[in-house]
Design a protein around this ligand. Structure first.
Ligand SMILES: [Fe+2]
Length: 335
């Protein structure tokens, strides 16, 4: 891994070939049951148990303690990918969950071992747990994981409260962690990550003081339907638990001095040295505390939509006590 700057926030785990094979063999008997998000959630404990048995104690401990430790990004290489049976990348036709059951199970099992719950949102990704991060032939100009244009630095769901930090909110919080599992990669298009603590350390104190004021408006990102509403008079940075949490992306300011702070931050975020590029080869996952790590992607070069495009699976998750389901039957689905 190329770590050319302070990367004490990054943790890398490499599964052994034996662990990879054991995960594959342990999940295969459950895979036939996975035909819907409800099934994924119903079988989640069984999936996590099978993965705990298949992985080494040190891997399980590293995963289980991640959310409690200061590291904010965890890369795991070596998840089993069955390249022979992998469907075409769904750039213009959908792929059914049954065809990617193994990979959806890995994301859900990994989530439960961390002590988190998988979540989704009614107004994003049609409420589905798994989002296919891949260029879509019909959405190339959209500023989202389905577009091909540059995806600037952001946190996901910046128009929602930060779980465990902005308390007392009625609406569901943004996910605490975001996990990507690579099925196909494009070596020219890494995903980029930058630590919020590193960013704050490089900002002048008076700019940081501006960002903690509730003088910003956070609009829903383009991946949300128009029914989602903005969060007004919110800060960009929140100091809590000895560190800074951030919301960033579709943010505007309501005072001139706050506009100036945003301009200074944008200039800082243009510095390449701040960013950790991860190419995410097939079988690699990255899980990050998504209000402590900004993520971004460069422009996707034009490629034929021939089924071989870049393809990551995304899962949102958060601690069980922060989940606000809209309906008791659908424990993962939030507004
Ligand atoms: Fe994102």
């Amino acid at each position: 891994m190329n770590m050319n700057q302070t990367t004490n926030w990054v943790e890398a785990i490499k599964l052994t070939p034996a662990e990879s094979r054991s995960v594959y063999q342990a999940l295969l008997p459950i895979a036939a049951n996975i035909n819907s998000d409800m099934a994924l959630v119903t079988y989640a404990n069984e999936i996590a148990e099978a993965m705990r048995d298949a992985l080494s104690t040190s891997t399980v401990n590293a995963i289980a303690s991640f959310t409690e430790r200061p590291e904010t990004l965890q890369v795991i290489d070596g998840w089993p990918i069955d390249l022979l049976s992998l469907p075409d990348t769904p750039s213009y036709h959908p792929v059914h969950l049954t065809n990617i059951a193994l990979y959806a199970m890995i994301l859900v099992g990994y989530c439960l071992i961390r002590g988190e719950c998988p979540v989704s949102y009614v107004h994003e990704n049609a409420g589905q747990l798994i989002r296919h991060v891949t260029p879509k032939i019909t959405q190339q100009s959209e500023v989202s994981s389905h577009g091909s244009t540059i995806l600037g630095p952001h946190t996901d769901n910046e128009h929602k409260p930060i779980a465990g930090v902005e308390m007392g909110q009625e609406q569901a919080a943004a996910p605490s962690t975001l996990t990507l599992l690579s099925l196909r990669c494009d070596l020219m298009v890494p995903t980029l990550f930058a630590s919020v603590q590193d960013i704050v350390a490089k900002l002048p104190e008076k700019i940081v003081q501006q960002f903690v004021q509730p003088v910003f408006i956070a609009q829903p990102p383009q991946s949300f339907s128009s029914a989602a509403s903005a969060m007004k008079e919110v800060p960009v940075l929140i100091a809590a638990k000895g560190r800074y949490y951030a919301r960033y992306g579709n943010i505007s300011a309501i005072s001139e001095i706050a506009v100036d702070a945003l301009t200074q931050l944008r200039t800082l975020l243009n510095k390449d040295s701040l960013w950790l590029p991860l190419p995410l080869l097939p079988g690699s996952s990255v899980c990050f505390k998504q209000n402590e790590v900004l993520h971004a992607r460069t422009v996707l070069p034009p490629r034929p939509f021939d089924g071989g495009s870049r393809w990551l699976l995304r899962l949102y998750s958060m601690q069980p006590e922060h989940v606000k389901p809209i309906n008791s039957e659908m424990s993962f689905l939030q507004l």
